[in-house]
Design a protein around this ligand. Structure first.
Ligand code: PMV
Length: 314
């Protein structure tokens, strides 16, 4: 009876979070270990949702999820379909509020499943237009990096106002992700950086510019054959993020733990003040050891994976 299906994966910002808000570039990676799947089938006279975060009719969705409702209604308007008789089942493995793009991935899978249900082609541009509606409700004024990354299978170079570029990778990357278990407040972190930018313009501007410079270096390293050089850049970016006030004691501890366990570099990923860290490992053996150390240090969850070159083909 299921007629529509849509998926999206999680995302990681490798480098460039926060500075991206000020026009610097950022590099985001698909994180395929954590997925969302939305399926659509005929409903019983109204639009309903079953999920871990909400079960019931669209009309009574809680305020914090209103973005999804508006996104669904807008999609139906575009599809010129009556807003009735549809049941969504949404299964997400992505923890919420950890900088892993869960809200963008949920909205992306929902829109994809709806278009698939009505057998309509969905252009990337239309997908972004619709997901952006949900993202604005969830995050205020997001840069758009999350929705661009969760809907593509390749690492991306993202700069506000410019076309997204897929990144060519010279060698695979071995990555470890650790979840602090704490919900990060991206909106508050972005506001805190804005306040720093206004009160201590020179210092904040310097950090932002420096992260931008390191992101540009990271791009050329990714294209080469010495990914270990990336480690130092991740560490330096973390220092600047600390100066900007978006890291915290627990994230710093996890970053230090990853480095002590042999990571080539480590930093927070996403908005910070909770959420996750990402570490670069020399090989999968090291990645496993780093992951174990992070768990022993109190990380709620850890994952390790190789981001292959095949995934960078545009
Ligand atoms: O959604 P998060 O927590 O991955 O953070 C997004 C990255 C920021 O640069 C902090 C904000 C933005 O809108 O780009």
């Amino acid at each position: 009876q299921i007629k529509g299906e849509g998926t999206a994966h999680s995302k990681l910002i490798l480098i460039g979070e926060h500075s991206v808000v000020y026009g610097e570039p950022a590099i985001a990676l698909p994180f395929p270990l954590l997925m969302v799947k939305s399926t659509v089938q005929e409903g019983a006279g109204e639009i309903t949702i079953s999920s871990d975060f909400y079960n019931g009719p669209l009309g009574t969705i809680p305020d914090r999820l209103e973005g999804i409702a508006v996104c669904i209604r807008e999609s139906l308007k575009f599809l010129a379909k009556p807003a009735k008789d549809i049941h969504f089942t949404i299964k997400s493995m992505i923890p919420i509020g950890r900088g892993l793009g869960s809200s963008a991935a949920i909205a992306t899978s929902v829109v994809r499943s709806l278009f698939s249900y009505f057998e309509k082609t969905l252009s990337h541009q239309m997908l972004m237009y619709l997901v952006d509606i949900a993202e604005k409700y969830a995050h205020g004024n997001p840069s758009g990096i999350d929705m661009e990354c969760v809907s593509r299978d390749v690492p991306i170079w993202f700069k506000k106002g410019e076309a997204i570029q897929p990144i060519e990778m010279g060698v695979p990357l071995n990555l470890v992700v650790a979840d602090s278990g704490r919900i990060g407040d991206t909106r508050a972190a972005v506001t805190a950086v804005r306040e720093k930018y206004e009160k201590h313009y020179q210092k904040a501007k310097q950090s932002i510019k420096y992260i931008g410079d390191m992101t540009r270096k990271a791009k050329s390293i990714l294209a080469g054959e010495r990914p270990e050089k990336l480690g130092g850049l991740l560490n330096k970016a973390q220092e600047e993020l600390m100066k900007l006030g978006v890291s915290d004691g627990n994230l710093n501890e996890l970053v230090t733990c990853a480095r002590n366990a042999g990571a080539l570099g480590a930093k927070l990923t996403g908005g910070g003040r909770g959420g996750c860290i990402v570490a670069l490992a020399k090989n999968m053996e090291d990645a496993e050891r780093i992951s174990d150390s992070l768990k022993a240090a109190g990380a709620k969850d850890t994952w390790f994976f190789t981001l292959g070159m095949s995934q960078s083909a545009s």
